[in-house]
Design a protein around this ligand. Structure first.
Ligand code: GLY
Length: 584
């Protein structure tokens, strides 16, 4: 048998051992087509329907893991934790145990929604001007591709906290599929291969990374090859056996510290040992009779989604129409002041006072709306942060889960850029984040997403960098109606907002809402960014209103589930390969 055929067979066996029932809609795919069929899920342009439970994630094998856990009787949190660990294996550009994120959990029985903040923290040796050179200029390399870029990872503590407090299964049960995927391997998809090739230079400079994802001749793993990660399997096994101590202490912790310090960073064993994920109270707002529940600081996402929706509530967007110039103008003008407020006020609430109530106040939104000319763009330079009431990436990944009892999980987590720093801690298989770049290295200097910030998001020891990740649940009559979220750095906020508006304002089903062309305006740079699918006529009309409109790559990769009386409808974004929404 040729080696290619053997690899394919090995991949198929690995896939089958995960009991791949590829589509809940059309029944299981024939075993001989399992690995191919799962990738063809990407082509789905209609909502997936299921009666009982559903998982939408950016990587199909991880969706299978979650769907199987639900089918085995696990609840939404069990499935979400299983998916989180599985993505660390199968979607290495964003799924992770070396990064951090946010999880929103709705417990249907208790009628309670909690937010778990497992964002990375700055090491104790971090300080305000750590990314400035002797001339006081910010040095991108240090905050992005260096040991100093690595924040203390939070994912493992966050997922385990969720499981302990809200799950029903054991660590061993939910980690088993991820361990198997790492050990037995899985078939490299075109999406994975392309992303590795694209970032080859950044990643291959680390020998510990090159040996996992690249051939000795420097080429990336090719579609159809099998990626096995035995060291990552061993690291996951230590977590299954010893819980958080299996990551934050002992062999894994020692190797992470050695890798970070070897790359010029200053993280210590104490930084890892002391890391703690925390439960926070979500932010809540309303939009045309729906309740929007989302992530509070250190995410800026929830606050600004609600703030922008509050501004938009004063317009009849249904009448102005989906993706018309008038509607896009209103969205852009509502986004600009929100992003200006973000730069001024948002930071880690454990270190700075964030005026949450003021920012999401409807009267404040009305004041901001009054400053908008409904026919003419307001130059970004004229916009400054407002005065709310007194104080009281490109790569991240999102997944949504709903179980048969109406529990829901909305989870977004990240290494910041694709593959983070690109550095794998030698001997662990764990890719390390570059989340420190989400701090403001210097007031007014943009980060990797073009976002600026000031004092509230300055670097400080033990502080969490400001995020835009916005796992969100929209409620109707007190019950989850829409579970959604997206990667995309600064574009996460506008992407999630447009999913909500497309569904509520324009009656789109969840696939239409997902596929519709997207726009984004973050105040600086002073432009509306649109996707190529937006038509020329609309762009000309927007330019006539004074906007600078630029067409760029697609934005976001939403993974959404809508709960209806007829069952669950889900949609994985067609913009990025390999995603799948699966239900049963
Ligand atoms: N790293 C992107 C974000 O957290 O917003």
């Amino acid at each position: 048998m040729s080696s290619t055929r053997m690899l394919k067979l090995a991949a198929l066996v690995a896939a089958m051992s995960l009991s791949l029932h590829v589509t809940a809609l059309q029944g299981p795919a024939p075993a001989s087509q399992a690995s191919e069929a799962i990738f063809s899920e990407n082509a789905i342009q209609h909502p997936v329907w299921a009666k009982n439970g559903m998982v939408a994630s950016q990587e199909a094998l991880a969706s299978v893991v979650g769907r199987d856990i639900l089918q085995q009787g696990g609840n939404a949190v069990d499935a979400a934790v299983g998916v989180g660990f599985a993505l660390a294996v199968t979607l290495p550009r964003a799924g992770n145990i070396g990064g951090g994120g946010f999880m929103l959990i709705h417990d249907a029985q208790k009628q309670e929604t909690v937010a778990i903040d497992y964002r990375e923290k700055a090491p104790q040796a971090a300080f305000r001007d750590m990314y400035l050179d002797e001339k006081g200029e910010a040095v991108e390399e240090r905050s992005r591709y260096h040991g100093l870029a690595v924040g203390v990872p939070g994912t493992v503590d966050g997922l385990l906290l969720a499981l302990e407090k809200h799950g029903t299964m054991s660590r061993e049960q939910v980690l088993a599929p991820a361990i198997r995927l790492a050990e037995e391997g899985f078939v490299v998809t075109p999406g994975l291969s392309t992303s590795l090739t694209g970032l080859s230079e950044r990643m291959r400079r680390w020998p510990s990374t090159a040996k996992i994802f690249f051939h000795p001749d420097g080429s990336a793993l090719q579609p159809g090859e099998v990626l096995k990660q035995p060291e990552l399997a061993a690291a996951l096994r230590r977590i299954a056996k010893d819980g958080r101590d299996g990551f934050y202490q002992g062999e894994t912790a020692e190797k992470i510290v050695a890798a970070v310090q070897g790359a010029g960073g200053s993280m210590t064993a104490a930084d890892l040992r002391d890391y703690k994920a925390v439960e926070r109270v979500p932010v809540r707002g309303t939009y045309r009779g729906y309740e929007v529940v989302s992530m509070p600081p250190p995410s800026s996402g929830g606050i600004h989604i609600i703030q922008i929706l509050n501004i938009l509530e004063g317009y009849d967007l249904r009448a102005s129409g989906a993706n018309t110039a008038q509607t896009i103008h209103r969205l852009a003008e509502a986004m600009k002041p929100a992003y200006a407020d973000r730069a001024e006020y948002l930071g880690d609430p454990d270190f700075v006072k964030v005026p949450v109530a003021g920012l999401i106040n409807k009267d404040y939104a009305a004041t901001l709306r009054q400053q908008i000319d409904d026919k003419k763009a307001r130059p970004g330079a004229e916009i400054r942060h407002g005065n709310p009431l007194p104080y009281e990436s490109d790569q991240t990944t999102h997944y949504s889960v709903v179980d048969k009892n109406g529990n829901a999980v909305s989870n977004t987590y990240t290494l910041n850029f694709s593959y983070g720093t690109g550095l794998v801690a030698e001997g662990t298989g764990i890719l390390l984040n570059n989340e420190m770049d989400d701090f403001s290295a210097k007031p007014g200097v943009p980060n990797g997403y073009g976002l600026i910030g000031g004092d509230a998001n300055a670097v400080q020891a033990g502080k969490r960098p400001l995020s835009s990740m916005s796992p969100t649940i929209v409620f109707k009559d007190g019950k989850p109606f829409l579970v959604t979220g997206s990667p995309g750095g600064s574009r996460i906020i506008s992407t999630v907002l447009q999913i909500i508006s497309n569904v509520i304002d324009h009656d789109m089903n969840i696939a239409e809402a997902t596929n519709a062309p997207r726009m984004h305006d973050q105040w600086t740079p002073d432009e509306i960014r649109v996707e190529h699918a937006l038509n020329d006529d609309t762009i000309r009309l927007l330019e006539g209103m004074g906007h600078t409109v630029v067409r760029k790559a697609t934005m976001g990769s939403t993974q959404s589930i809508m709960v209806t009386p007829e069952g669950l409808y889900g949609a994985s974004d067609p913009r990025i390969q390999d995603a799948a929404t699966l239900g049963y």
